[in-house]
Design a protein around this ligand. Structure first.
Ligand SMILES: Nc1ncnc2c1ncn2[C@@H]1O[C@H](COP(=O)(O)OP(=O)(O)O)[C@@H](O)[C@H]1O
Ligand SMILES: CC(=O)OP(=O)(O)O
Ligand SMILES: [Mg+2]
Length: 417
């Protein structure tokens, strides 16, 4: 019998929901609809479904966003498989911080409280997703909720790489170590690129870049993460739209003397300090240029705007540094450098600049292929079309990755622990 999966990706300012069907005889999920709701933090909110976009009033919380998306989906006459919320069998939730969890986990009341406790480590990233778990429980009480963790893919990072040089007793008690994120995207990239290269996943070595409003780099050896740039939270490593990325940890105390005080946006349920707010929400290329849109930064930089040129160059510099570092960590055996995420998939000039800077490692761009991307999940944009040191663009998709993992393990996930 055909079953329905809702894959839910709750970001800080948007909620994306994709709908899939799968059956016992065919466990490969088929995408049948995709809806996103953006502008949660800067109204008006817009609901986009296929090529249509409409403006919605009075939507400010993830709960309201999910309710609007669900009523849009159930009233869509071109979607007869989903007429009523009770048609949904599984709701997959992207949870950014999964602490020690290394696999998808059915959410029952015990796991829910555990996830809430984890949110203390990443309040800016987990709180929205948890609100949606509650909303699904209220609107679709019979469906199975499954948590997919962005940190799970990185559970293979070796101890010396994930350890911070701080008091080990304190680190262990409080869970202070590198976790890493964007793991659903890296799992998708690893599988799709290995298939493109026609190599077994276990023999595939990659330097993968997930560059969106949050950006990270991952060293993948034999299909497994051996290092990534984000750490205890998604703040470290590369800068992002509003995130500083790596800075000297003492910088914040020079920036503000109130670093440890609660930020004005803090609430009973979400404790966020001024330091976290400044480095996560008021930094990045937004701080340098005033825009969160890297496409805009890139355009302005090409026209000679000084602050945009600087932001563009800072980002290229940081990416180049990690590519070099991960090339060494992979012992120079690298099948491909992979670009993904909004900037990786659309930033033509950015890709060209990065590849030029790491040219000494043997990567070389094919300008025509880079400017006119061919259709496909994974495409070559390097001069090298076989062998190693290829340069690829991968259209990554976190919702599809959750649906794939869910369908593959549906029987186990359905069963209460
Ligand atoms: N043509 C472009 N050149 C460079 N960056 C782009 C381009 N188009 C979109 N982007 C950037 O992609 C980013 C969003 O990436 P995405 O992975 O979709 O975001 P999120 O991290 O919110 O999921 C934005 O910063 C956007 O500006
Ligand atoms: C983990 C993370 O930074 O996610 P996003 O890029 O979606 O903000
Ligand atoms: Mg993203």
């Amino acid at each position: 019998m055909s079953q329905i999966i809702l894959s839910i990706n709750a970001g800080s300012s948007s909620v994306k929901v994709s709908v899939y069907t799968f059956s016992d005889s065919d466990a490969t999920p088929k995408s049948i609809a995709s809806v996103s709701l953006s502008g949660l933090t800067s109204p008006p909110t817009k609901l986009t479904s296929g090529k249509d976009t409409k403006t919605l009033e009075n939507i400010a919380t993830p709960n309201e966003a999910f309710s609007a998306i669900l009523s849009h989906l159930t009233s869509d006459s071109s979607l007869p498989q989903l007429k009523d919320p009770s048609d949904v069998s599984f709701a997959c939730h992207r949870i950014v911080h999964g602490g020690g969890y290394s696999a998808p986990t059915r959410i029952d009341s015990d796991t829910y409280y555990h996830l809430e406790a984890l949110s203390d480590l990443a309040p800016l990233h987990n709180a929205g997703a948890l609100e949606i778990v509650k909303a699904v429980h209220a609107f679709i009480p019979k469906c199975t909720n499954v948590a997919f963790f962005d940190s799970a893919f990185h559970s293979t990072i070796p101890e010396p790489v994930r350890t911070y040089m701080i008091d080990p007793a304190k680190a262990k008690k409080t869970g202070l170590r590198k976790y890493g994120f964007h793991g659903l995207s890296y799992a998708f990239i690893t599988r799709a690129v290995a298939a493109h290269l026609q190599k077994p996943i276990e023999e595939t070595n990659l330097i993968a870049l997930h560059l969106g409003s949050g950006a990270s780099c991952c060293a993948i050896k034999g299909g497994k993460s051996i290092d990534t740039t984000m750490g205890l939270t998604p703040l470290s490593g590369l800068p992002g739209a509003t995130r500083s990325g790596d800075v000297d940890p003492s910088l914040i105390f020079h920036f503000t003397h109130d670093a440890s005080k609660p930020s004005p946006g803090s609430s009973e349920a979400m404790h966020v300090t001024q330091a976290e707010m400044i480095l996560n929400k008021e930094s990045g290329w937004k701080a340098l240029t005033g825009t969160t849109d890297f496409g805009e930064v890139s355009k302005r930089a090409e026209k000679g705007d000084e602050s945009a040129k600087l932001a563009f160059e800072v980002f290229v510099d940081r990416v180049m540094g990690f590519v070099g570092s991960y090339y060494v960590k992979l012992g120079g055996t690298v099948d491909a450098l992979v670009f993904a995420g909004g900037i990786g998939e659309h930033g033509v000039h950015f890709r060209e600049e990065v590849v030029a800077r790491v040219g000494c490692l043997g990567f070389e761009i094919d300008r025509g292929a880079n400017e006119q991307l061919q259709d496909g999940e994974v495409v070559d944009i390097g001069k090298q079309k076989d062998g190693d040191r290829r340069v690829l663009v991968c259209q990554t998709d976190e919702q599809t990755e959750m649906a794939r993992q869910c369908a593959e393990d549906a029987d186990n996930l359905r069963r209460p622990a």
